[in-house]
Write a protein that binds this ligand. Sequence first.
Ligand SMILES: Nc1ncnc2c1ncn2[C@@H]1O[C@H](COP(=O)(O)OP(=O)(O)OP(=O)(O)O)[C@@H](O)[C@H]1O
Ligand SMILES: [Mg+2]
Length: 296
Amino acid sequence: MTASAPRSTRSAIALPSYREQSPAVAAHLAAIRARPVVLTVGSVGRVFDGPQGPVTALSQIEFEVHQRELISVIGPSGCGKSTLIRIVAGLESCTEGAVLLDGQPVAGPGPERGMVFQSYTLFPWLTVKRNVMFGPTVKGLSRAVAEHKALEWLEVVGLSKFADHYPNQLSGGMKQRVAIARALANEPRILLMDEPFGALDAQTRCSMQDHLLRICASVDVTVLFITHDLDEAIHLSDRIVVLGAHPGRVLEVIEVPVPRPRSSEQFLSGPFLATKARLEELIHGQGSGSDDFAAA
Ligand SMILES: Nc1ncnc2c1ncn2[C@@H]1O[C@H](COP(=O)(O)OP(=O)(O)OP(=O)(O)O)[C@@H](O)[C@H]1O
Ligand SMILES: [Mg+2]
């Protein structure tokens, strides 16, 4: 479905403003704003020591994520997306500002933050079910309870039939669904996804996006999603944080005016194209990294 939208939306077609929201969209976004804040990214900065001196990867990054919100971060290669999500995961520290989870400062990794990366990170020597049981077992749940939970989550991602398979017997998309089930089995407060579908072919990617939308509609989960695919960001998100590069900074936070439930037919709708045009304007206007978005 990502392939169905035109490559550039800067055309003569008269589009609505991307700020224009139907009553249903406005009500959906207001309901999200009324929910508690799960994640606060507060003036986060990160400076690395590079071979030619300090490199400011992130500067003054500021936004909040509310419960059951799906928020995407997009931006050109090297703008600091992975650095940001690693800081939120507690795998990296910030040199300025702070990240709060439910109001508490993040000081290291924790099971309340589930991580799904682009590369497949399943344990190859464990079956699918055992991979998903891993977190609950480490948490101290009995084997029977962990197994019950694992089977429930495998059902959610549509892989019940593959519980006893090993990762090398699965396709890339299936492996990523197991990775999502494994992250969800820890019942995280927030799911952190760094280009999780980036290595998949276009068709599998579309089906994974639909899987994620279905999971978000049925489960109490909050998602921070990194991508550089504009269509993917619009299709999935409630809001999109657009980062510029050098240093990585917030250019705009966009409320996506596309109504839910989302479907592939919406890729050519006015609100979708208007949002895409605004994203392209921000990214091209910035004059860097635009090639990264051409394939989106
Ligand atoms: N450990 C490190 N040491 C030094 N510089 C680093 C380190 N990690 C990241 N950087 C630099 O920080 C900047 C942001 O990198 P990051 O990987 O976060 O970008 P990104 O937006 O995720 O890129 P991509 O879209 O290619 O994944 C880059 O300039 C990178 O070279
Ligand atoms: Mg990255």
